[in-house]
Each structure stands twice: as C-alpha cells, then as structure tokens.
Ligand binder design. Structure first.
Ligand SMILES: Cc1cc2nc3c(=O)[nH]c(=O)nc-3n(C[C@H](O)[C@H](O)[C@H](O)COP(=O)(O)OP(=O)(O)OC[C@H]3O[C@@H](n4cnc5c(N)ncnc54)[C@H](O)[C@@H]3O)c2cc1C
Length: 389
C-alpha cells in the first residue's frame, strides 16, 4: 500500500483536505496534473473568493489564514442587491463580534499558494505533480489509481478533488446532474475614481448580471455574466474600449474604471453529483457540488466538505479502524448533502429568476426583493444565499 489516502487534484479543496488530515499518522498522496511550479506559484486567475466567517475559522485552524498578507485580505462591510433599473435595493450588513464585517475577499491565487505552502513540507504528505490520473478502481480491500506515466498507486481511500467535470467521478461510475448555462462569467480587477466604501454590489440587470467586489484601495473585482460569445467579445476588446464599455455597463457607479489585471472568462456549468461517496471513494469540492459562482459559495462549501470528510476519516482511524470504511463516508455524504442542497437549489432558483426576461419573472423578482426588504425571515433567506460571506 503506497498511501492510506490518495487525493486526486491539488486545487483548493484537495489541498485543504490534505492539510486537515495531516499530523494524524496517515500517509497522504496528492496527485495533480499541473506542474509543481504552478502549485507553488499559481498565476492570477481573476477569481476573488468571498470567504465566510466559518471558512476563516477553518483556514485559521489549518494555519493558512495567518499566512495571508493583510494587504491581500479585503473585508466586506455591506452587500447590496439591485434589480434592473428598479430603485428597490436590498442591503445586508452585519454586527456581531467582528463588528460590521460580512466576510473577506482573498484571491484564489493567494489561497492556492498558501495552501500549498502549508502542506508542502509536511512529512506525511507526498505531492505527485505533473501527472494525471487516468484510471481508478475501487474494491473491497483497496483502491487503485492509475497514472498517465504508467505508475499505479494503491490506497485505502481515493478522494476525487478534480473539479466539477471530475474525470475520477466518471471513472467511479457516479452520475452527476450537469447544466451548461450557455453563459460565461468575465472577471478582472479594475481601478475606479470613487471609493467603494467596502460595499459589494450585485446587480441583476437586463440581459447581464454584474458585480463589483471591493478590494483594498480604489480597486474592485469586476464581474460580468453574459452569453458566452458576448463575454468573449468583451474579453477581447483593447483596454481603452474595455474601460469605456465596463464604465457604461456599471452605470459609472464608481466613476471612470481602468483595467489593472488580466481578464478571465469562465463558461458557467453547475453540477451536482448524485453520490458523494462510493466503495473506498469520496468526492470533495467542485467534484461533489459545482456551484454557480454568483452567490460565492463554491470554495466555502468545498472547504466545509473537506473539513467534514477529514473529521469522519480521522474519527474512524482513531478507533484503529479502516479509514476507507463505508460508515464514516456515508455520514460525510449525508451531512454534506444536507449543508449543500438548499444553497445549491436556492442559488439556481435565484439565477433562473433573475436572468429570465419575461414579464412574469420581472414582476416576480421585484416582488421577491420588496418582500425581502419587509420580512426579516425572507431577508434572512435571501441574505443566506446572496451575502453569506
Ligand atoms: C469566477 C469565479 C468566482 C468564484 N468566486 C467564489 C467565491 O467568491 N466564493 C467561493 O466560495 N467560491 C467561488 N468560486 C468557486 C471556487 O473557485 C471553486 O469552488 C474552487 O476553486 C473549487 O476548488 P476545487 O479544488 O474543488 O477544484 P479546482 O480548483 O478546479 O481544482 C481541481 C484540480 O484538480 C486537478 N485535476 C483535474 N483532473 C485531474 C486528473 N485527472 N489528475 C490529476 N489532477 C487533476 C486540476 O488540475 C486542478 O488543479 C468562484 C468560481 C469562479 C469561476
């Protein structure tokens, strides 16, 4: 047996699972198709991840949060939701112990880099980079993972953390609901004239969804969701034309805008795996649930799932039992499905309602926002989905 646990995918979910398992007498191998240099020094990918308080707590426990430079953590004070040209705004703020902070924005690049740094020197974690998993067989006694370079790894448990189109999920014979939306999300950093006052704006405009996520200084992450072809056109404009078009799309809310990063367009597909576990196998991160990014829950749920799966594996291992045994895996599946399903369905419902342009949907979304403003319970539900950051 080469390892107790093989994790396929060294993205944020796979690395946070490895970090959560480390230090407990288990031998862990992470297999990643990207080269080691990419893991150690990931390129900017445009994603600014809105992290919840719970995610901060988990990252604190993994000694990862402390590694983020203060200049790269942007606190979020308030979130506002706008609907077309309607004057009705839904706003969320938060009091509590961390006065006035809804959550924090940290780039995906920084999260990946610090997770890698946190695990790379641990003696119980082996990272096999620059090689791809091409076959997985999981049986009653062990799991076997075949690599593109011809090697085979044997373990007690294999975990798929290989993204929403998860090849390992297919190799395990697990079906998934996959919905290609036909839209892409264009993301980049922009400088602007006016102060954002640490307010995030989500704007369900006609034929486009826009968001401005406040970073440090007079900069924001600009997020535009459009039909894929239109997003590609926008991403290909020369910077001057792009700045003008973005300023117009955002209604000059923050004055003139100027591109200060590379642009990245992500075709949007949402996915839900019918099972999160199989014999000696489990799915975490986007491989289990591929969220629509609009409500900013993907990595937050991935981190929660990695934490929950690690807890079950370690509980089983502490009783000198097989860490790949079915009982703990099933408990993980049950709890994680309960945590994810309402958020997954709620997000998809909101995306559907706010992107349809028929008169009934327009009336329904205005009514929803008005109700949410008046009814604390409705406000809480919408807040849970749109601003749980
Ligand atoms: C524009 C955008 C904005 C977002 N904003 C937020 C946000 O604000 N808050 C939030 O919580 N989430 C957000 N998300 C979601 C978040 O980025 C994802 O949920 C998260 O990155 C998923 O991590 P993962 O490790 O599961 O998958 P990935 O990051 O996709 O990593 C999977 C890894 O597996 C590797 N791999 C794949 N196949 C194989 C194979 N066969 N063999 C070996 N390796 C393999 C890949 O190379 C990759 O490194 C956003 C997403 C997008 C697109």
């Amino acid at each position: 047996m080469e390892a107790d646990i093989v994790i396929v995918g060294g993205g944020p979910a796979g690395l946070s699972l490895a970090a959560s398992l480390s230090g407990n007498g288990l031998a862990i191998t992470v297999v990643e198709r990207l080269a080691l240099e990419n893991l150690a020094d990931p390129p900017f990918d445009g994603r600014e991840i809105a992290l919840t308080r719970r995610s901060k707590r988990i990252l604190d426990e993994l000694c990862v949060w402390q590694r983020f430079p203060a200049t790269e953590v942007a606190p979020l004070r308030r979130a506002e939701v706008l609907n077309g040209a309607s004057p009705v705004t839904l706003a969320f703020e938060r009091g509590g112990r961390i006065e006035g902070v809804l959550g924090w924005l940290v780039s995906n690049q920084r999260i990946r880099r610090e997770l890698y740094d946190a695990v790379v020197a641990r003696p119980d974690i082996q990272i096999l980079a620059d090689t791809e998993v091409v076959a997985v067989r999981s049986g009653a006694r062990q799991a076997e993972v075949g690599l593109a370079d011809g090697r085979t790894l044997r373990s007690r448990l294999v975990v798929a953390a290989d993204s929403r189109m998860s090849p390992v999920r297919n190799m395990l014979g697990i079906d998934a609901q996959i919905h290609h939306t036909g839209r892409s999300m264009l993301v980049c950093r922009m400088e602007h004239e006016r102060d954002h006052r640490r307010v995030a704006t989500e704007w369900f405009d006609h034929h486009q969804t826009l968001a401005l996520l406040p970073l440090n200084g007079r900069t924001s992450s600009a997020v535009v969701t459009l039909p894929s072809r239109e997003a590609e056109r926008l991403a290909g404009l020369d910077p001057e034309a792009f700045n003008g078009e973005m300023g117009r799309r955002f209604g000059w809310r923050l004055g003139e805008m100027r591109l200060i990063s590379t642009r990245h367009a992500y075709p949007l597909a949402v996915t839900w795996s019918h099972r999160f576990v199989a014999q000696r196998a489990a799915l975490v991160g986007d491989a289990a649930v591929g969220m629509h990014p609009v409500t900013a829950h993907g990595f937050n749920l991935g981190l929660l799932g990695a934490n929950g799966l690690a807890r079950e594996i370690l509980r089983t291992a502490s009783q000198a039992a097989d860490p790949g045994s079915t009982r703990g895996l099933r408990r993980y599946e049950l709890l994680h499905k309960l945590a994810c399903r309402p958020i997954y369905d709620g997000t998809n419902g909101i995306v559907g309602l706010f992107t349809r342009e028929d008169p009934v949907s327009r009336v329904a979304r205005s009514a929803l926002l008005r109700a949410a403003r008046r009814l604390p319970i409705a406000q809480r539900s919408v807040a849970m989905l749109l601003a749980r950051r």
